[in-house]
Design a protein around this ligand. Sequence first.
Ligand code: GRF
Length: 190
Amino acid sequence: MSKSVPIAVFASGSGSNFQAIAEAIEQQKIQARIELVVTDKPNAFVIQRAESKGIPVLVIQPKAYASKEVYEEAILRTLQEKKVEWLVLAGYMRLIGSTLLGAYANHIVNIHPSLLPSFPGKDAIGQAMAHGVKITGVTVHYVDEGMDTGAIIMQRAVEVVADDREQTEQAIHAVEHEVYTKALQSLFNH
Ligand code: GRF
């Protein structure tokens, strides 16, 4: 009998990747359980998505803490209470600091909407379109102290729909949901 891996999903926005992961878990495609959603944005739609699935949410904003270390120590306490083993970043718009990197070495993954190392950082889709590339894509990677610089786990190419940001974004999101599921399967299903 394979065990399910206790994970936390970190998100700052809509949470469509959270939703895709939660559904893949419900369908027993990923052998994990989401013990917690962590968000730094009190109005993020991911909160409603999590609550409707009965998954606890930690809303925690850095501005309430003296430093990034103290902020991450507060997150870490809740992660440890819930015995979380892996952190899955899905649109979490902050760099992970040394406290969480130290506690979860090689156990933090992220999804980024470009073929890294092209277009790291904010608005990767906008960057790709402004550059006029015809092919962009999706990358799942380990998280290190850099901005989208960790070792690559999985990638998939997506064609840019010329001059159509919305359609390009939709295509990328659809591929993200598939690729994140596949990447997490490869990490957690044994
Ligand atoms: C995704 O494009 C992800 O790659 C990026 O942020 C976006 C989050 O979307 N890091 P959602 O909140 O999962 O819908």
